[in-house]
Design a binder for this molecule. Structure first.
Ligand SMILES: Nc1ncnc2c1ncn2[C@@H]1O[C@H](COP(=O)(O)OP(=O)(O)OP(=O)(O)O)[C@@H](O)[C@H]1O
Length: 455
């Protein structure tokens, strides 16, 4: 696809940026459409077959973390898997930008950009997308598997999960997914949606862990222009955006008691009221929630509302940690090796036996996400055709005391966690803030663990 023939859509809530893009691209491309409201993406994509989308990562009325951009990227990918997407970020936040590429963006550019550089990025993205999608049938959903859409697992534990998913997906029941960090809760939520009767409708992800107290209501329930200082226009919340589809509430264990009460009211009444209005709007959503927090124990200590848990967990799925999934670790490692070898243009295809043993013996506290990053690093570092144990830098390098012990896993992990916490508190002479920082936990999370271990 040449630049001259390309139809391009630019989405940014800054009108100056849109004017600049329009002036730059109008003489260069077949069509340039600009839009400041990302909520219109769905209808714009339904009207026109765009070849490339320039998508801003930050929207002023929302969080300044770029999550919005990734949210809209996912939305675009749900509708059209092959259109090239270039993310635009003003914050030079490489991590987020890299994440967006992993989530399916073709490339990213930093604001302010140099015009020639932007044109080159657009041309390259169009070429790449033409190579990856030789049959230009962009309305047809591509069946090509990606990391995002494929859930792998041969272990008995995962076969049980797949069976459960097949059974529950077509029902409209609320689902609560439990499991440690990185076990695939988000992936399972997407799969349930894809296999449900709401598959053609929106799948809306809300990360409650990243919402501040003040943003919680406006993000979830929406607001009217002028409802608060930054509310510059009417805006639908995640509940409304998910109407007729699925709403995925991630990190549900991280919300305060007042927030739990607000959420419960919406779920009970099946209607939301945007901030600054008093007109309730009926909502029709399927709710999937996820957490790695022990919410039942929290409810026993009155930190979590039991009535909310009842609403959330009509059906519960608990994802097993990677260390109890047998040889899935090797299966996944092989899959990630091939995927990253392709991505980084390496001639790598296999993992040798010693490396496989190393993977089997390591506990993977960060589960699949940790494995994925370890393999990505190894692939980048390796110049050979086979991945060896030396290439694998497993972060904490504890050669899995769990896997080689006969004691139950949870007991050993609890002991290790308790002793790590005690040592950190001792080192900081009882200063919880400093200990929490060293442990990479929030103060609340550390207090929760102190309660759990009776410290
Ligand atoms: N069965 C699987 N097969 C292939 N990839 C997987 C599988 N499960 C998870 N992944 C990958 O592992 C990473 C972590 O998965 P995901 O984000 O769904 O975990 P999570 O449990 O929601 O994590 P967190 O609790 O931190 O939000 C993702 O990159 C995902 O694509």
């Amino acid at each position: 696809m040449s630049l001259k023939n390309a139809k391009i859509l630019a989405i940014d809530d800054d009108p100056d940026v849109l004017v600049a893009v329009k002036m730059l691209l109008r003489p260069e491309v077949r069509e340039i459409v600009t839009e400041k409201n990302p909520e219109r993406i769905q209808s714009l994509l339904a009207q026109t077959q765009f070849d490339l989308i320039l998508l801003d990562m930050n929207y002023k009325s929302s969080l300044n973390t770029g999550n919005e951009g990734i949210f809209w990227l996912r939305k675009i990918r749900e509708i059209n898997k092959s259109v090239a997407v270039i993310m635009i970020t003003a914050y030079g936040d490489i991590d987020l930008a890299v994440r967006s590429v992993k989530e399916g963006a073709t490339d990213f550019v930093l604001k302010p950009w140099r015009n020639e550089k932007l044109l080159v990025s657009i041309e390259e993205a169009l070429e790449k997308s033409a190579l990856e999608n030789p049959i230009s049938n962009k309305n047809k959903k591509s069946p090509a598997p990606t990391i995002i859409n494929s859930l792998l697992g041969k272990s008995e534990a995962m076969q049980d999960i797949f069976y459960k998913i097949e059974k529950i997906a077509p029902t409209d029941a609320n689902i609560l997914i439990l499991g440690e960090n990185g076990t695939g809760k988000g992936e399972v939520a997407k799969l349930i949606h894809q296999k449900s009767m709401r598959a053609g409708k929106p799948f809306v992800h809300a990360d409650l862990g990243s919402l501040t107290e003040s943003l919680f209501e406006s993000e979830l329930f929406g607001h009217k222009k002028g409802a608060f200082t930054d509310a510059r226009e009417d805006r639908a919340g995640r509940f409304e955006s998910a109407n007729k589809g699925t709403l995925f509430l991630d990190e549900i264990g991280n919300i305060s008691l007042p927030q739990q009460a607000k959420l419960l009211t919406v779920l009970q009444n099946r209607e939301v009221t945007r901030l600054g209005t008093n007109a309730p709007i009926a909502i029709d959503i399927r709710l999937i929630s996820a957490t790695n927090a022990p919410i039942k124990e929290m409810s026993a200590q009155n930190q979590y509302r039991k009535d909310l848990i009842y609403r959330l967990n009509t059906i519960e799925i608990t994802l097993p940690p990677l260390r109890s999934r047998g040889d899935d670790v090797v299966l996944l490692a092989e899959y990630f090796t091939k995927t990253y070898a392709q991505q980084y243009h390496k001639n790598l295809g296999e993992i040798d036996e010693k490396a496989k043993d190393k993977l089997r013996k390591y506990a993977f506290p960060g589960n699949i996400r940790e494995l994925q990053h370890a393999i990505e690093r190894a692939v980048i570092m390796s110049d050979e055709q086979v991945l060896t144990a030396r290439d694998l830098d497993l972060s904490s390098s504890i050669e899995n005391p769990i896997a080689i012990s006969n004691e139950p896993n949870t007991l050993r992990i609890d002991e290790m966690e308790k002793s790590t916490i005690l040592k950190a508190i001792e080192r900081h002479e009882g200063n919880i803030t400093k200990a929490a920082r060293e442990l990479g936990l929030t103060r609340t999370a550390l207090y929760r663990r102190l309660g759990k271990y009776d410290i």
